[in-house]
Design a binder for this molecule. Structure first.
Ligand SMILES: Nc1ncnc2c1ncn2[C@@H]1O[C@H](COP(=O)(O)OP(=O)(O)OP(=O)(O)O)[C@@H](O)[C@H]1O
Ligand SMILES: [Mg+2]
Length: 248
């Protein structure tokens, strides 16, 4: 823990004053957050708060209107494939696996920044160690996987690029509680064993706060609060707004 604290000087991923508009709708209004090396950081917020917009703007999948994003102190490139090559990968909301392609083919696509076949094989093996079910189903079409398996594939595909920061947009969406528990256990393992830095957005605030070290609350395009995830789990305002009514 002391080592982690010593490394907490410079954020690995830093988002400053990010604004994004879709025509007249301003989805992000100067949102800022920092993610330090080795951390799991969660962004919680209701439907339409701008969580996916935040992820997609980091990835360069939607146009950033203003603000700055940096990775390890360097400005992040604008285009999606450049962002992946720079070291950030996204497991998108709704998973978006390539249904008519096999598990292996999906993983190979995720590995596009890796040049060397040996590196790709090595990373494939890492992903299979994390998700043995993907290895069993390596030749199965992604579209025929269960929802939970598709989520594992989306995470695995993102990991194939050997990112420095893994972004996850609603990994629990539409999954049964037992599958959510399994996926979140793997995310904790990815963070621990790979030392992977993770930024996660979730409507399932309880799960997100239990998994993460720190969290931010995004409300209608603005970060309104943030802090240590354990503290937030016990914060009456967070409980009332985000943890009531069977959110977990
Ligand atoms: N392509 C788009 N065109 C127009 N408006 C959009 C577009 N994408 C998102 N929005 C709007 O931007 C706002 C933020 O949407 P976003 O998808 O980022 O929210 P979210 O927090 O991810 O919500 P959810 O929890 O439902 O996934 C919403 O008001 C939404 O309607
Ligand atoms: Mg979303």
């Amino acid at each position: 823990m002391m080592d982690a604290a010593a490394e907490m000087k410079r954020p690995l991923l830093s988002v400053k004053n990010l604004s994004v508009s879709y025509g007249a709708i301003q989805a992000l209004k100067g949102a800022s957050l920092d993610v330090y090396p080795g951390e799991i950081v969660a962004v919680i917020g209701a439907n339409g708060a701008g969580k996916s917009t935040m992820m997609n703007a980091i990835m360069g999948d939607v146009k950033r209107g203003g603000g700055e994003i940096s990775l390890d102190g360097n400005p992040l490139p604008a285009r999606s494939f450049q962002v992946v090559s720079a070291g950030i990968s996204l497991s998108p909301e709704g998973r978006k696996v390539f249904a008519p392609l096999t598990v292996m083919e999906n993983l190979e696509i995720g590995a596009f920044p890796l040049k060397d076949k040996g590196e790709i094989d090595e990373q494939t093996q890492r992903v299979f160690n994390l998700f043995p079910r993907l290895e069993e189903r390596r030749n199965q079409y992604a579209g025929t996987l269960s929802g939970g398996e598709q989520q594992m594939l989306a995470i695995g595909r993102a990991l194939m690029a050997r990112p420095r920061v893994l972004l996850l947009d609603e990994p629990s969406l539409g999954l049964a509680p037992i599958v959510i528990t399994e996926i979140f256990k793997e995310l904790a393992a990815i963070n621990k064993t790979m030392g992977m830095t993770i930024l996660l957005v979730e409507q399932n605030a309880r799960k997100a706060l239990l998994l993460s070290n720190r969290a931010y609350v995004l409300q209608t395009g603005v970060i309104i609060s943030g802090g240590n995830s354990r503290d937030m789990l016990n914060d009456p305002e967070i409980i009332a707004a985000y943890l009531g009514g069977g959110a977990g």
